[in-house]
Design a protein around this ligand. Sequence first.
Ligand SMILES: Nc1ncnc2c1ncn2[C@@H]1O[C@H](COP(=O)(O)OP(=O)(O)OP(=O)(O)O)[C@@H](O)[C@H]1O
Length: 726
Amino acid sequence: MTDHTHHVHTETADAEHARVYAFPTATGGQAEPTDPSEVLEAELVDDTTTPSPVDQPDTPGTEPARSASESVAWRPVLPTWLSDREEFREATRWALAYVGHSAAYHAVRCPVYVARVLARVPHGSWRLLQGLVRWVTDAEGRPVRHAAARREDASEYLKLATQRDGRVRARSVVACGLSVAGVAAVLTGHALLPALAEWAVVATAVAGLGWLGAPADQPVVSRAVESTKAPKLTSNIVETALASLGISQINQALAKGGSGIGFPKPISRDGKGWRADVDLPPGATPGDVLERRGKLASGLRRPVGCVWPESDPSEHAGRLVLWVGDKDMRKAKQPTWPLRNGSAVDLFQPQPFGTNQRGRWVDLTLMFVSVAIGSIPRMGKTFALRELLLIAALDPRAELHTYDLKGTGDLDPLEKVTHRHGVGDEPEEIEAALTDMRGLRDELRRRARLIRDLAKKGQCPENKVTPELANKTSLGLHPIVIGVDECQVWFEHDQHGDELEDICTDLVKRGPALGIVLILATQRPDAKSLPTGISANVSTRFCLKVQGQTENDMVLGTSKYKQGVRATTFAWEDKGIGYLVGEGADADIVRTVAGLDGPTSEKIAAHARTLRHHAGTLSGHAIGQAPEPDETRRDTLLEDILTVVPETEKKVWNERVIPRLVELRPEAYGTYSKAEDLTAALKRHDIHTGQVWGTTDDGKGASRIGITRADIAKTVAQRNRRGEAS
Ligand SMILES: Nc1ncnc2c1ncn2[C@@H]1O[C@H](COP(=O)(O)OP(=O)(O)OP(=O)(O)O)[C@@H](O)[C@H]1O
C-alpha cells in the first residue's frame, strides 16, 4: 500500500460516510461535483491506482472463520420420490397406471398390428432381398469406383475393382453357406421342434419382415401414451423471459457489457416442475416480477398457471425463486384428500388443507389460531371455509357454530353436525346469532377463569387448552369452531355491528389460547367488513384473488404486498388458489381441496355425524334442539336501565346502576362487575358515560363514571319511533 493510499484510509477511516462515488451522468460522463469540499473528497477516492476502499482485499485469513456446518449445504441422499412417502406412492401409482394402460391399449389393437405386419411382409421381404444383394455385390463401394472411373484414375480403379471382386467372391460363398445352413435349420427345426416353437419361429420371422417393411413414419405399434413432457427450464430461457418484462434494472444487467443475472444454484427439478433461483440485479425486486406474471409466462412460453415466481425472504430482497410447473396448477390432478373418507381427526394436529404448486399437501393446525379468508367474489372463499369446518366436524369433540350470512345454504351440509346454525341476514337471524355470540363471549370468560385456576393448581403449565384438558368433558374445554361466511354483514349491521365486532375481536385475540377458533370469510376485505382490530390479530390468513394492495394487506397482513406476497397476481381462473400465511410462517401458495362441492361435503358431514353419534357429542341444531328461550332474549339494556333508574335520578354512577341491573336480570348482567363493563355495553348503543357528581354512602361528594338518564330515554324513544315507522 502506498503512503497516499494510507492517507486516504486515515482520512476516511473515522468517517465511513466520507466515501464519494462518481455516478455517471446522463451523457455517460462523470457527474461534476460543484461543492469544493466534494471535489477534495472526490479526489481522495477517485484514485484508480488504488484499490477501492469499499471492498476489503481478499487476503486469506481476513474472512471471518465459518464453520463447515455453516458453509455446507447437505443434499438429500435419496431423491424425494424415494424419501417422501406421498411422492413414492404417487410414483408407484403412476408406474402401475402406465403399465396397465399400455398393456390394455396394445391388447385391444393386437388384431390391427397383425394385419399391419402381414400387409408389410412382401415389402419387408423385398427390402431384405435388396439388402442382401447390395451386400453381396458390395454396393456401398460403387460410388467410389464410379468416381475413380470419372477421374480416369486407372490404378485407383484397378485397385478398387480387384478389392470388389475379392469381396463379392467371399460374400457369395458366405451367402451360399448361410442359405444352405438356413434351409438345413428349417428342415431340422421342422423335424425336431414342437409345433408351438415352430409357430413361434415363423411368427418371429414374419414379424421381423413386417417390421422391416414398415415405413419409418408409420411404425407397426402405435403409441399408448403421448409424452407431454414440459420443456426443460434453462438459464437462457429464464433470462429471455426476464428481459421481456420491461424492468430497466434487468434490461441493463442483460445488455451488452451488463453484469448479467445470477443463478446461485443450478436450475433443477423440484416436484413436478423446475425451480430456478435467481439473483436479480441490484434495485430489482421479486415484487416487480410478480406484478408481471402474465408477461413472464409469455416469455417462458408456458401457461400462466404453470409460472409461480416468489420472493425468498430467507435470502435477500433481490432473490427470486421461479418455479415452473409441468402442468397448469389449476388443471393438475390433486392427490386424493386424506380426509375424504371421513375418518376422525385431531384438531390439535396438523391437517391437510390444500396442495402447493408442487402437488404436496400443506397442513394447517386449527387449534390455537383464528382465521381470515378473503377474496373477490367467486374465487373459492366459501369452499375454503366449508373445508375448514368439515375438518373441524371430523373431530367429534369440536362444537361447531356455522353462519352463512349470504343465505344461499352453502354451509347447510354441516347442519347434521353443527351446534348452532344461521342462514341469511334477516333481523331474527342476526338477533339469534348475536345471542349465540354473547354466549360464546361468556364462555370465553369462563374458560379464561378456569384456565387461570387450573394454572394456579399446576394443571395447566402453558395457560392454554391442551389436548388432555380438552378431553376432560367435566371441564368443558373442548374445541369450539365458529365459521362465518360473508362476515361483513355482521360488522356493517347498523344496530348490532359494533357489538358483534367487539365480541369477534375478543374471540380472535383470546379465543385461540382458550380453544375457541373463529374463522371469518369476506368478499369485501376493507376496514368496515374486516375491522382492523380483527384483521390485525388473526393468526392465519388465506387470501384468494384480490384486486389491490389494500385488500391484499388487509387479509394477509401489513406490508405483505411490499414483501412480494401478492394475491393480486392470481388470475380469474385460479379458483381455490390463494396465499396461506400462518403465524410466523412464510407464505405458501395453496389450492384448497378441489371437488369438495355440496354433495361431497354432505357425505363427509354424514361420516362426521356418525363419529359424533358414537362419541355422544351431537348437540344443539344437529339434533333439532333450538336455543333456550332466554338465550334468544332481546338486548333490553336501555329499557332495563330506565326501569332501575327512576326519573328523579337525573345522573347516576355506573357502580350504583350495575347491582340494580344484576338484581333485575342476573342471567343477563351477572357478568358485569366493574363500571367499565356498563360503559362498554352502552357504547354499543352509541351512548357515552361521563364524570357524574354524586354522594358516597357515607355522605361525601365525589365525581365518578356514570350515566345521564335523559340520554338513555332519548335513544329508547328514537328507537321506538324507528320501530313504529318500519
Ligand atoms: N380448490 C378448488 N379447485 C377448483 N375449483 C374451485 C376450488 N375451490 C372453489 N372452486 C370453484 O370456485 C367457484 C366459486 O367458489 P365459492 O362459491 O367458494 O366462491 P366464493 O368466493 O365464496 O364466492 P361468493 O363470493 O360469491 O360467495 C365454485 O364454482 C367452485 O367450484
